[in-house]
Write a protein that binds this ligand. Structure first.
Ligand SMILES: C[S@@+](CC[C@H](N)C(=O)[O-])C[C@H]1O[C@@H](n2cnc3c(N)ncnc32)[C@H](O)[C@@H]1O
Length: 358
């Protein structure tokens, strides 16, 4: 119905009355009410009305409770970024504009930066429909990575879902320390173990970056192992990674001696779980987060269980949480480990501990 209403000027009451008598005036009032509804009632603006998907377009590019309305008036890339960013900001989402840009780039199947060259591009109804669903999911605090289905880790695209922890950027530094250590060893096939592999990020990065390495990866969660196997296949390293399901190191074949054991274990104290942001609290598996009463339960086990599996000059490298460095060093020293070093994350906070046997 509004397809012809391209020039608001011709919708002035005077013009319509002149053209169509009382019927025209009625039309003008209807349009006025529509403008009020759209501009005032919902805070959206009237723009070009273009049913480029060939479907009936009717009323508004809505915001309020709804980031984008796919059945509505057509909007540009820039408009939809702005409105959806406002929506996500109201929902308490961090970096809302970046999030919207990534979702929109996903919908349009273009690199994010290309959006900056297409701000005036008018989005089709189907595109708006798809984006709206994704923005609403993000507004409910579902992590971006779950919505997109993948995450980039050390330049590798990995599938993620609710069965695994979303790999964090700081863990890339642990992977890098690991592959540097393995790469420098004068052995033909260095052996590595990833304890609590989750998505497989550490094991896969080690296998990809150190093509001589043989890697073992274990997790207590069958769901996580299924995701990790899928990711290993995706990067064609499934032939060099053996996956084990089990609690702690019990599932690792006896007799193996690893040159490197890496682990990013659950380390959040149980009493702090409820305080995590919704993206973590509601979407990361609790098995990947809960480190017991003081957050140290997994490290205690590792310090006790790892020695028989470590080669003489082998290293154990672990990630830990904010403020845990001192306690962790004590914990390992108390079990006859030598602390080689603590390295910081991208924010300069102590994040990774390297130890060896005394
Ligand atoms: C913090 S997540 C780390 C996942 C992945 N390595 C990463 O860095 O993104 C910890 C992982 O340890 C696993 N896990 C927890 N308790 C375990 C246990 N007792 N034995 C083996 N794996 C365990 C969880 O299922 C989870 O996948």
């Amino acid at each position: 119905m509004l397809r012809g209403l391209r020039k608001p000027g011709i919708l002035s009451p005077t013009f319509l009355f002149w053209k169509g008598g009382l019927r025209g005036l009625g039309l003008a009032f209807m349009y006025g009410a529509y403008r009020w509804h759209v501009d005032g009632g919902y805070g959206a603006r009237v723009g070009r009305v273009r049913g480029d998907a060939g479907r009936g377009v009717s009323a508004r590019f809505g915001v309020g409770g709804d980031p984008v309305c796919g059945h509505c008036e057509v909007v540009t890339v820039l408009e939809v970024i702005q409105r959806s960013s406002e929506f996500l900001a109201r929902k308490g989402v961090d970096s809302p504009r970046l999030q919207v840009e990534l979702l929109l780039a996903h919908v349009l199947q273009v690199p994010r930066l290309k959006l900056y060259l297409s701000f005036d591009r008018v989005l089709g109804v189907a595109e708006l429909d798809r984006l709206r669903v994704l923005v609403q999911r993000r507004g409910r605090r579902e992590p971006l990575q779950h919505i997109l289905g993948t995450v980039s880790f050390c330049g590798l695209e990995l599938a993620v879902d609710g069965r695994v922890l979303i790999p964090r950027p700081e863990t890339e530094l642990l992977a890098e320390a690991g592959w540097r250590w393995l790469g420098a060893l004068a052995v033909s096939e260095p052996l590595a173990l990833d304890v609590g592999t989750g998505s497989g990020c550490l094991a896969i990065a080690l296998a990809v970056r150190c093509p001589r390495a043989q890697v073992h990866a274990l997790d207590i969660s069958p769901g996580a192992l299924s995701v990790a196997r899928q990711n290993a296949r995706r990067h064609a390293v499934d032939g060099r990674i053996r996956f084990h399901e089990g609690d702690g190191l019990a599932a690792v074949p006896a007799g193996l001696r690893f040159d490197l054991i890496v682990s990013n274990p659950p380390y959040i104290p149980s009493c702090e779980l409820a305080m995590l942001q919704p993206e973590v609290r509601e979407y990361d598996p609790v098995l990947a987060l809960d480190g017991g009463p003081d957050g140290m339960a997994f490290y205690r086990r590792l310090a006790g269980e790892a020695p028989p599996f470590l080669a003489g000059a082998g290293r154990l490298m672990v990630e830990f949480g904010d403020g845990q460095s001192g306690v962790l060093e004590e914990l390992f020293r108390a079990q006859k480990w030598v602390v080689e070093g603590v390295t910081p994350d991208y924010a300069g906070r102590p994040r990774h501990l390297t130890v060896r046997r005394a």
